[in-house]
Write a protein that binds this ligand. Sequence first.
Ligand code: MF3
Ligand code: CO
Ligand code: CO
Length: 258
Amino acid sequence: MGMVIIKTPAQIEGIRKSSKLAAQTLKHLEQFVKAGVTTAFINQKAEEFMRSHGAIPATLNYKGYPAATCISVNDVVCHGVPNQTVLRDGDIVNVDVTTILNGFYGDTCTMYKVGQVSEEAQNLMDVTKECLYLGIMECRPGNFVGNIGWAIGNYARKMGYGVVYQFCGHGVGVKFHEDPEVSHDADRNSGPKMKPGMTFTIEPMINEGKARVKIDKGDKWTVRTIDGKLSAQYEHTLLITDTGVEVLTDINGEYKIT
Ligand code: MF3
Ligand code: CO
Ligand code: CO
């Protein structure tokens, strides 16, 4: 474990603004995620929105990543590279955006449905969203970071799903990926303790089948389930406060927590 950055009030204000813009970007994309459009088109709309609001997409050229967003369809777990793939009725689509606004990072992702989706797909998305919620409920000063993954892992497995362990949540705010690492499948009371001023993501990737993943040999980024079954992911950027947690990327008022 390296160094966890405790943010100053000025940094927190910057991260709050960037996080809000990242969330607004996801909301703006709702109108474009439809049957017949390509993931490259959605990426272009996201990039235009971020730039027109004074932000830079953090993923672009990050370790060589070629796009402004990650767009992960069906069996793609994460880091889906936008391309000429055309969305079809029944697809489930994750878009993950990270904004850099005035040097501060906000990171969030959500799921979109193309037309009507199967009951299996809906259940997977519902459970994954609940996983993120259960993780957030563990966030308060003095609690162990590992209890986030403990809560998520137990619940997802009880529901019969695979919990991706090769990718984690992370500190975020003044850099893209900071300490601590936030596992979505951890031992109880493991890892560092949460402190006021910490900002990090929780971003569970939950698989319909096996937890294992593989990386596309062509683009070297796109991560797929090993068995071709569906995967879902939701992500928020969080601030640990003196009394609990603030969900910095929640612009829908879904999380009313102290
Ligand atoms: N936004 C992703 C995350 O939640 C990271 C994408 S890194 C990229 O951590 F290089 F794939 F873009
Ligand atoms: Co993230
Ligand atoms: Co992200």
